[in-house]
Design a protein around this ligand. Structure first.
Ligand code: COA
Length: 434
């Protein structure tokens, strides 16, 4: 299989992708590329991905780092630098090399953007101020973001010009300061009210205890940093911290991605259970009660389940009538799973049914989260027992969701009659809630 064929956006997902076109139109994504990604052989493909996003009318702000190039220059010139990544002190010789590294990276970015016909501008739309002396340490020429010229940003973005920001930023007197590019990207994302902050790194994602996590709620990440900082790969700590800052300031999502993977950027954006790590607000915010306008989407996904006999076929009408029982799992406005909990008159038992996860998203923990949500909801409604009838997902309910084998007697009388009449011989599973 060639590399192109391996890309994980399938033609069958085109409808799903097209859905995002109006959704992201005129939204701002801030994309920060580590210096090592600009030096990577996949870099031209990253720029092609960015050109695709631009063609969908997504407004892009680019930020680049220089750590990799600075290290290279420091070794080549045998100059010891005071800090590689702009988060420590910056002495004069480091600033000089950093300015040189910055010119090299900026030039390479310019070449690639021009090749991809992306109009861009390197500007002084960001102003820095020096970090100064902190706890007795003089940070020299290290700076932090002071102010954004929003008018200049907006003028460029309105004219479809991509701002390209470098980690050497001027202060109000025109003095050069070295700013950490992770911080720069996060601050810009916050102030431009970006929809996404995306870090392109030479890592598979955010590495926690040695493994890249697919997605993590911001509160979980914050707790981890406060209580067990050592579990996060130290090379990603700054990105994790600035991602938290961005989310705290209402940027909805931050992503930490592997910029060395072909098509990775598009895969992450259009296939959310995709490639790197997504840091998001709150897990259960993705599950919500269904609304009338969801009927068609629920019908579409449950119909596939009915074809394999995993679910009982339901008409659109039946779904619409029972829409109040349904809840859906949504990823960026796209429904990828559903389930329903049904009450019975004069009974403390509720039934969990129509649990279905779009096959493209199976095995990512979505099903289990929906069952957890159903349990919370059933408890809120004072149910003492939750039942599920399953023909094909018996192990899912018992092993992964803590249900136990039940019998006909566990069903409310009216459900017993239906069970006997429909002849599906589903396994009866129960979960005690009190
Ligand atoms: C069953 C279903 C809802 C599970 O959703 P999912 O998002 O893929 O499941 P999760 O990722 O949350 O999986 C949790 C665990 O259950 C296991 N699992 C998932 N589907 C399973 C199945 N059909 N049988 C047995 N185990 C299953 C997973 O391997 C995982 O185990 P692990 O924690 O040891 O890795 C989904 O596969 C589906 O929609 N199936 C078709 C419809 C269906 O059968 N619905 C149930 C009838 S009500």
């Amino acid at each position: 299989m060639n590399e192109e064929a391996d890309i994980s956006i399938k033609p069958t997902d085109l409808r799903g992708i097209l859905k995002y076109v109006p959704q992201f139109r005129n939204h701002i994504f801030v994309i920060a590329l580590d210096g090592s990604i600009v030096a990577d052989e996949n870099f031209p493909n990253v720029i092609t991905d960015i050109a695709v996003l631009r063609s969908l009318n997504i407004k892009i702000v680019l930020v680049h780092g220089i750590g990799y190039q600075l290290r290279w220059l420091s070794e080549e010139r045998s100059v010891e630098v005071s800090d590689l990544y702009g988060s420590g002190t910056t002495d004069e010789k480091t600033l000089k090399l950093a300015t040189e590294a910055c010119a090299v990276v900026n030039h390479k970015m310019g070449e690639a953007l021009t090749h991809a016909s992306i109009r861009y501008a390197t500007t002084n739309a960001v102003r820095a101020s020096d970090v100064g002396i902190l706890r007795g340490i003089d940070y020299g020429a290290s700076g932090k973001v002071d102010k954004l010229d929003l008018d200049l940003f907006n003028t460029l973005l309105e004219k479809d010009i991509t701002p390209l920001l470098t980690p050497i930023v001027f202060d109000r007197d025109g003095r050069s300061l070295r700013v950490n590019s992770d911080q720069l990207a996060a601050e810009v994302a916050v102030q431009l009210r970006a929809s996404k902050l995306i870090y392109l790194t030479p890592f598979e994602g955010l590495i926690i205890d040695g493994n890249a996590v697919q997605n993590i709620p911001v509160e979980e990440l914050r707790t981890l940093i406060e209580s067990k900082k050592s579990s996060i790969d130290p090379r990603l700590l700054s990105k994790a911290r600035f991602a938290i800052h961005a989310l705290d300031e209402d940027v909805p999502r931050a992503h930490i991605l592997d910029g060395r993977v072909f098509g990775g950027l598009l895969t992450e954006i259009f296939d959310k259970v995709g490639l790197g790590t997504m840091i998001h607000a709150n897990e259960y915010q993705r599950i919500r009660p269904a609304r009338k306008k969801d009927v068609q989407a629920i019908y579409n996904i449950t119909r596939t389940g009915a074809r394999t006999d995993a679910l009982r076929p339901k008409t659109r009408q039946a779904i619409e009538t029972a829409i109040g029982d349904f809840f859906v799992y949504e990823i960026d406005d796209s429904i990828i799973g559903c389930a329903a909990i049904k009450a019975f008159a004069n009974s403390e038992t509720m039934e969990l049914g129509s649990v279905y996860v779009h096959n493209f998203y199976e095995g990512k923990g979505v099903g289990r989260k929906m069952v957890e949500y159903a349990i919370i909801e059933a408890k809120k409604r004072q149910a003492k027992k939750l039942i599920a009838l399953s023909t094909q997902a018996y192990d899912f309910f018992t092993r992964s969701c803590g249900f136990a084998e039940g019998s006909l007697n566990d069903l409310p009388a009216i459900r017993q009659q239906d069970y006997v009449a429909n002849g599906r011989h589903s396994r009866i599973l129960i979960k005690q809630l009190s």
